[in-house]
Design a protein around this ligand. Structure first.
Ligand code: ACO
Length: 426
């Protein structure tokens, strides 16, 4: 193993320690750089910057590997449930049967919302995006449940309150936006079945829970549960580093996730596929548009900052989507377009040379459509799934002795000093 890296700058040689991760990832520790040399590093988008040491998620973008606490995502998707995976991420190990039962009991106990919070929904302008509402509601929990951040409160209960209530909030936002009666959570149902029931049950046509649907939702949320230092998780760590409460921190993560380059991509993929369908565009035209630098069109759901091969989550998502559509005997024309687009892009030199492959969002939207989830709720679905990851990362960050207030530097490129000119002389 290399122990040091040497940097020669302005005739001065600086020896910098090297850090090695448990999977052989290497980093140069530049913490002394500015003090020793006056230089800083320049890395927009942090593509080459490690901001923390973490024991939560390992991903290898070249080999398409994703593991939570060391367990491959493929195994978790096959055998685990979302609640068990959430426990694994937050606690650092798989729960015993007793721990899992206790977790489910708490999730049930915490599933109702404060009566006054419901007024929030009713006063939002119609057609408000549910991500904006969700971010505000989670932030508001600080006011509605002030006792939760006191030291006396078992912090693990706060995590479970968040995980439980976000599901109720999301389903309630949907029902109210449709002008429908809110459905209360049912203690006899598991986390995912409960969500589907709160979304779709009604007095006229009772919702029939289906095992494959519940399994698909478990898989969807497991696949989204964590993804190391992505945009929203970085937002959580950055905001959390200021020692603000956990609700404001998670709310910041939700806001970051909303963007179409990040969690909003699942909605953007469906919008893209619908546009292709509506305008009768050929696959060849789409590929040409995506490659044209003067055209803002991008192949949404393709490309990833870290994965330079097929996203392992996309493979699982695609398989589950096929199972679900077969089961429901539903034909989704958008799936046909997606598959043709994927096939064409994977053969195209531009996409091959730039290592652009389908990411998790490419098939996520089609799976969600098969579950009956409306398009404007897609990113909310992602947020529910990502919550355990944000909590685990926040927990790790606040207990890490190396954590400091996040405060990057910049290279100033603005005007040099010049005098103020009074308004009548400008
Ligand atoms: N379609 C067409 N060209 C693309 C695409 C795409 N989807 N993605 C990247 N490229 C091209 C870029 O134009 C760039 O070309 P250039 O080198 O000739 O300038 C090159 O590939 C590298 O792309 P960057 O945007 O520089 O790569 P970066 O790592 O910054 O971006 C990102 C990654 C934002 C995900 C990008 O691939 C993208 O916009 N994809 C579509 C949106 C999307 O699917 N986002 C979801 C990501 S997964 C998640 O967050 C859950």
């Amino acid at each position: 193993m290399k122990e040091f890296a040497k940097l020669i700058i302005d005739g001065k040689e600086l020896t910098l320690p090297v850090i090695e991760g448990s999977e052989g990832e290497m980093a140069i520790d530049i913490r002394s750089l500015r003090q020793e040399t006056g230089y800083i590093t320049f890395d927009p988008g942090f593509g080459n910057t490690g901001t923390c040491k973490s024991t939560i998620t390992y991903m290898n973008g070249e080999q398409g590997i994703l593991r939570y606490r060391g367990i491959p995502i493929e195994q978790l998707a096959e055998y685990s449930s979302f609640v068990e995976t959430a426990f694994l991420l937050i606690a650092g190990m798989l729960p015993t049967r007793e721990e899992l039962t206790r977790t489910s009991v708490y999730l049930n106990d915490f599933s109702l919302l404060h009566e006054n919070m419901k007024g929030f929904y009713r006063n939002y302008p119609p057609k408000s995006h549910p991500m904006g509402i969700l971010s505000a509601m989670i932030n508001a929990m600080r006011s509605f449940y002030p006792e939760l951040i006191d030291i006396d409160e078992d912090i693990n209960k706060t995590y479970l309150r968040l995980i439980s209530k976000i599901r109720t909030m999301a389903a309630m936002a949907y029902r109210i936006s449709k002008g429908e009666k809110v459905v209360s959570p049912r203690p006899d149902l598991c986390y995912c079945a409960n969500f589907l029931n709160m979304m779709f049950n009604n007095a006229v046509v009772p919702y029939r829970l289906d095992d494959d649907m519940v399994k698909a939702l478990n898989i969807f949320w497991i696949l989204h549960a964590d993804h190391e230092q992505n945009c929203s998780t970085t937002a959580v760590r950055v905001v959390g580093s200021g020692k603000v409460n956990i609700y404001a921190t998670i709310s910041a993560g939700i806001s970051a996730l909303w963007g179409p380059l990040h969690g909003g991509a699942n909605q953007a993929v469906i919008n893209m596929l619908e546009t292709i369908q509506k305008n009768g565009m050929t696959i060849k035209e789409c590929i040409a548009k995506a490659k044209d630098k003067d055209d803002p069109f991008r192949l949404m759901g393709f490309g990833h900052r870290v994965y330079k091969t097929y996203d392992p989550r996309a493979k699982i998502m695609k398989k589950m989507t096929d199972v679900l559509l077969l089961k429901t005997k539903r034909k989704d024309p958008l799936l046909d377009i997606a598959k043709k687009l994927e096939e064409a892009a994977l053969k195209d030199t531009y996409f091959k040379e730039k290592n652009l492959y389908p990411n998790v969002d490419f098939y996520a939207g089609i799976l969600l459509r098969a579950l009956g989830i409306p398009t404007n709720m897609f990113t909310v679905m992602f947020a529910i799934g990502r919550l355990p990851g944000w909590i685990a990362q926040w927990k790790e960050d606040v207990s890490d002795p190396e954590t400091r207030l996040t405060r990057p530097r910049q290279i100033y490129t603005g005007n040099q000093i010049h005098d103020y000119i009074p308004i009548d002389k400008r």
